[in-house]
Design a protein around this ligand. Structure first.
Ligand SMILES: [Zn+2]
Length: 314
């Protein structure tokens, strides 16, 4: 990624903009999370923003309180303190910055959405959607709209979808430039709640970014395909100005695969046990994601400076 144009980015943001670090407690933090945290805290510091910590445990089946506790402890060890959704607040108990505590907010948003958009029940399984789409099911399998006009009752055991009208969304990513995506062709009508009653990632984060007043979303480029649908959904929920997005390169293994939770050699806990200091872990993640030419210790207080390169001569 070329150096960020901080002046241009500041010009697109409100004063003291809120950005967020939003781990899912479905495993321990690894260097991929640390790289994202460096971007989030670093860019926030470089533009005079604030970092909100949000626990994205919308998937109740896969999330574990012990992973959340471990993530908070690892962030504290790294010296990365959130300005909102503080560690003390999250440790205290229920919090608006934890998705599993936020069911009423999603329900209210769903009711508001249903007043102006077409929301409907869907009883399709992943297998049925894959068969109809003619593809193995994955995040990007397009829902063909089978239940749109079936008039199924919105009862337990059914998913809830919203109609996405055709049309493109174009946005200027702070890292990748102008991007155009057509949500209705990418994913079809968006799933808001699944058949087991879990709010989906797409719906929960859009509602959260709206209610938490997040102005800048800094995340890995693997989430780029979700951006237009999130912009569209946020507008349908009444957000006039979408957040500014900045997608950054991911750390990959030597074979090009994404880091996963099972990457024992890159887990923050393993690196700590092996004697690494917080500065060494931050420096290693910064190097692996291309922010440094070599792996060297970096203190949490210094990470804003990583994003100031290339800006002094502007
Ligand atoms: Zn369906």
């Amino acid at each position: 990624m070329p150096p960020l144009d901080l002046a241009a980015l500041r010009g697109r943001l409100p004063p003291s903009p809120i950005t967020r670090f939003a781990p899912s407690p479905t495993g321990f933090l690894h260097l991929g999370h640390v790289a994202n945290a460096i971007y989030v805290w670093g860019v926030a510091r470089a533009v005079g923003g604030r970092v909100l910590l949000r626990v994205e445990d919308h998937d109740r089946g896969r999330s574990r309180p012990e992973y959340e506790a471990a993530a908070l402890e690892d962030l504290e060890w790294l010296g990365l303190a959130p300005d909102l959704g503080t560690l003390a607040e999250l440790r205290w108990g229920a919090s608006p910055h934890r998705q599993s505590d936020s069911h009423p907010a999603y329900l209210t948003a769903l009711e508001e959405l249903a007043r102006t958009a077409r929301v409907y029940a869907c009883d399709c399984t992943r297998k049925e959607i894959a068969a109809e789409a003619g593809d193995p099911f994955n995040e990007e399998t397009r829902y063909p709209g089978r239940c749109r006009d079936r008039g199924l009752p919105l009862t337990d055991g059914k998913g809830i979808r919203v109609v996405l009208e055709p049309g493109a969304e174009t946005f200027t990513d702070a890292g990748m430039g102008v991007v155009t995506q057509v949500p209705s062709e990418q994913c079809g009508d968006l799933l808001l709640r699944d058949r087991t009653g879990n709010w989906t990632y797409q719906f929960a984060v859009v509602v959260d970014d709206l209610r938490h007043e997040v102005a800048l979303i800094v995340r890995g480029e693997d989430l780029l395909p979700s951006t237009a649908r999130q912009i569209r959904l946020s507008r349908m929920l009444g957000r006039e100005r979408p957040p500014v997005f900045l997608h950054h390169p991911l750390i990959r293994k030597e074979d090009g695969a994404k880091l996963s939770k099972s990457s024992g050699d890159t887990g923050v806990r393993e690196l700590r046990r092996a004697g690494a200091s917080p500065e060494m872990v931050l420096g290693r993640a910064a190097w692996l994601t291309g922010l440094l030419d070599e792996s060297r210790p970096v203190a949490a207080a210094e990470i804003g400076q990583l994003f100031e390169r290339g800006n002094s001569e502007r």
